[in-house]
Design a protein around this ligand. Structure first.
Ligand code: ADP
Ligand code: MG
Length: 268
């Protein structure tokens, strides 16, 4: 008797037959080559990621390059600035060869000063009230939706949290912001300012638990020089390297190389 023909859709026998096929997440390539390599192509689209580090470690530069590279690919990018005026930021950015002023003039790369926005919205309390936090989330949501923003940077989350203050309110703010951006397919980097020897990735410690990823930057000394080091601490949906990389901020952008001399030394 002839054996019946096996339909092409029947899965192969064995343990694999019981496994669901892995879902491949769409990735938002940061455009920073070394970083995309260790992230398997980029950040899962819609994820909210903390960029955490002490002063001068390259947080703002990394975030700006992420936005410039996105804008170049036709993804509208938004920089929400709390600590530095946009004008000054653009001036500093102009010293990098990877920057293109036309991206700002054609609206692909948008800068918004949060303090000016606070004033415009009438958010006047030193510690934001629940209503004011609502207004802020809704305003960011509307900006992202109406402009079709695909990449957002908040520099810094620490400064915003300074006006939210209570841990529960920060948790709630971040959960709602993250959900709202994710629904709109917007990938975000939130800058977290920490001290050089701080044992956590954010000021309150709740921030790092909410986000989908943490990119940690720190300074370390080697033979009298101060090196910048980067490590991916967490990235949901990604089998990433947790190795340390030395980074260099160069005119053409951020370059990465493996940190060969091992262990995290004292932060500086
Ligand atoms: N045009 C440039 N080319 C190369 N490196 C630069 C340039 N402009 C600034 N930098 C470097 O960037 C550093 C500032 O990094 P920044 O991203 O502002 O740090 P953070 O936001 O973590 O405080 C400067 O100290 C300098 O080393
Ligand atoms: Mg900065």
């Amino acid at each position: 008797m002839e054996s019946p023909e096996v339909p092409a859709t029947v899965p192969p026998a064995g343990p694999r037959a019981l496994m669901a096929p892995a879902i491949v997440l769409e990735r938002c390539a940061t455009g920073i080559e070394g970083l995309d390599d260790i992230l398997g192509g980029g950040i899962p689209r819609g994820n909210m990621v903390l960029v955490s580090g002490s002063v001068g470690t390259g947080k703002t530069t990394l975030c700006l390059e992420f936005l410039v590279r996105g804008a170049e690919r036709g993804e509208r990018s938004l920089f929400l600035s709390v600590t530095e005026a946009s004008e000054k930021l653009i001036q500093n950015l102009s010293t990098f060869e990877f920057f293109r002023a036309d991206l700002v003039s054609d609206g692909s790369l948008v800068f918004v000063d949060l303090p000016a926005l606070y004033d415009k919205l009438g958010l006047e309390h030193e510690e934001m009230t629940p209503d004011e936090i609502d207004i802020l989330i809704r305003t960011v949501h509307d900006l992202v939706r109406t402009l079709g923003v695909k990449r957002l940077v908040l520099d810094s989350l620490t400064s915003v949290c300074y006006r939210i203050r209570r841990d529960e309110a920060i948790r709630d703010f971040m959960l709602r912001l993250g959900q709202s951006l994710s629904e709109l397919g917007c990938t975000s980097l939130l800058v977290s300012e920490i001290g050089p020897t701080q044992g956590r990735y954010s000021m309150h410690g709740v921030e790092e638990a909410i986000v989908d990823g943490v990119i940690l930057l720190w300074n370390t000394r080697r033979q009298g020089d101060i090196l910048r080091v980067l490590q991916i601490v967490k990235m949901r949906g990604t089998a990433h390297s947790r190795a340390q990389y030395v980074i260099e901020l160069t005119p053409i952008g951020l370059l990465m190389a493996p940190h060969l001399k091992g262990g995290r030394t004292e932060g500086v």
